[in-house]
Design a protein around this ligand. Structure first.
Ligand SMILES: [Cu+2]
Length: 135
């Protein structure tokens, strides 16, 4: 490609972008005057006190990571299945159950409100086990 033609094409590509930037600086949006900061929404945990575990349990083929974890009463735990088979995170006493989680899918698990240690397993693979401690 000839250098002159190349420069002209570059100018055509960049020109509208520069114009857009300049006009947006001249006209501030109404959201800039409110002072509030939008935070990306994460499922809020209706927990009366801060929970020591606020993260995510990741299911791999075939284990929970972490298998043993602690959550606050009623805390919402995100369970992500990164494996290639469907899994679940199911309390042995039936107090919580994500139901089947398809490969690549995410489920929300609400911890029991009663403090204690809850053994859980995968309903499909009973050798996949862990303990959710509510404290
Ligand atoms: Cu499983």
């Amino acid at each position: 490609m000839r250098p002159l033609l190349r420069a002209a094409l570059l100018l055509l590509a960049v020109g509208p972008v520069l114009t857009g930037c300049i006009s947006s600086f001249e006209v501030p949006g109404p959201e800039e005057t409110t002072g509030s900061v939008a935070v990306p929404s994460v499922p809020s945990t209706p927990v009366p006190s801060p929970s020591p575990f606020t993260g995510t349990v990741t299911i791999r083929d075939f284990s929970f990571e972490p298998g043993d974890f602690t959550a606050g009463p009623g805390a919402v735990v995100t369970v992500t299945n990164t494996g290639t088979a469907a899994h679940s995170l199911t309390a042995q006493d039936g107090s919580f159950d994500t139901g089947p989680i398809a490969p690549g899918a995410t489920a929300a698990l609400t911890a029991p409100t009663q403090p204690g240690a809850y053994s859980y397993l995968c309903a499909f693979h009973h050798f996949m086990r862990g303990i959710l401690t509510v404290a």
